[in-house]
Design a protein around this ligand. Structure first.
Ligand code: NDP
Length: 333
């Protein structure tokens, strides 16, 4: 089956609504799943559908949550996501955060009590398209062991960065603090593949390339050894300690069989480069990217997604027939 992005998003939204989400919330979360499929970010596209539905069915997340936004300081915005999805909380604060970044030069958004089950780039790309620099971080359930520890305390704690450039779409990178995102390990298990060495440990703490051994009681490892561990720690501090969100080790999702999301927090920093001392920052970033390309950098972060996006916008998004049939069934059609 080949669908347009809007048709796919609408179908996913109907499936979410049928499983307990309000229509506006379903639309916001479905949009990021469809965008991931559009851009070929398969680990956070339809692969996650079962996880969303199981989590909604478990009662662990509130699909009808209405976030509450406050502004405790001139440049700090707080969003209580009310146990709902992070994309809903971000949508609630988007305009105020943009206005604050424009007036104050920067805005720090602290989201608490939220569930993030998607890629992070859709959260920040739109800000950079409006000329802002954006940095975001999400903490997650304890999944990695760090600094020689024996237990999983920190999550795969992703962070993403987006900046505008004058001669093209924003440069956006988006990466987990683990050497591989859990979604990639999940994908390998679904496809019956082993994962490369150095990614994870089994339940006994021994290195393994078996995705099932990592996912069922094992652990992931941070990228770059102790340096990635430092990043994962920083994400936990900014996304949980600072925001008031739960730490990854405070996870109590096992009390909700089927729950697959982390009930945690998200930090978002917006900077208006026009208010800083750098002059024409988008122009300077374009020049920097030009030098990197001249120096042989063949792929900038985001290049692959934009290439796949262009193909999807031209040809539509190809969905395996079995997945399409499952979507229709979930949507009751
Ligand atoms: P990858 O290692 O696949 O990619 C990380 C970044 O590097 C991307 O921006 C990617 O760009 C870029 N990149 C990859 N390969 C190259 C290359 N050869 N040259 C230049 N740039 C490159 O990501 P991860 O596996 O670490 O994370 C995957 C996803 O998982 C992320 O979207 C992350 O947000 C998500 N995640 C979500 C969590 C959650 O709780 N919601 C938890 C953990 C992860 P490009 O986009 O173009 O591929």
């Amino acid at each position: 089956m080949t669908l347009t992005e809007s048709a796919l998003a609408a179908l996913i939204a109907r499936a979410f609504e049928r499983h307990g989400m309000s229509a506006p919330n379903a639309g916001l979360v479905a949009a990021v799943v469809a965008a991931a499929e559009r851009d070929g970010a398969a680990s956070h596209g339809l692969l996650r559908l079962d996880g969303y539905i199981a989590t909604l069915r478990s009662g662990w997340v509130d699909g009808r949550a209405v976030p509450v936004v406050t502004q405790p300081a001139p440049s700090i915005l707080a969003v209580n996501a009310a146990n709902g999805f992070a994309q809903v909380a971000l949508a609630a604060v988007r305009d105020q955060a943009t206005a604050t970044a424009r007036s104050q030069g920067l805005a720090a958004v602290c989201v608490s009590d939220s569930h993030h089950f998607a890629a992070l780039w859709p959260d920040i790309e739109p800000f950079a398209e409006q000329g802002l620099i954006a940095l975001t971080m999400v903490n997650a359930r304890g999944r990695i062991v760090v600094w020689g520890g024996k237990r999983k305390v920190l999550g795969t704690n992703p962070m993403a960065f987006a900046c505008p450039r004058s001669d093209g779409p924003p440069v956006v990178w988006d990466q987990a603090s683990s050497l591989r995102a859990q979604g990639e390990v999940l994908k390998a298990r679904v496809e019956g593949r082993s994962v490369p060495e150095g990614i994870g440990l089994d339940a006994a703490g021994a290195p393994t390339t078996d995705p099932a051994a990592i996912l069922d009681g094992g652990a992931l490892l941070p990228f770059g050894g102790h340096k990635g561990a430092g990043i994962a720690f920083m994400v936990e501090v900014l996304a949980a300690a600072l925001t008031g969100g739960r730490f990854g080790f405070q996870d109590d999702s096992p009390s909700f069989p089927g729950a697959q999301t982390s009930r945690a927090g998200q930090f978002l920093l917006l900077i208006d480069p026009a208010r800083g001392p750098g002059g024409d920052v988008p122009g300077r970033i374009a020049a920097l990217v030009g030098v990197l390309r001249e120096a042989g950098a063949q792929r900038m972060p985001g290049d692959e997604r934009h290439h796949r996006r262009a193909l999807a916008l031209r040809d539509g998004i190809a969905i395996p027939a079995a997945i399409h049939a499952k979507l229709l069934a979930l949507a009751g059609e």
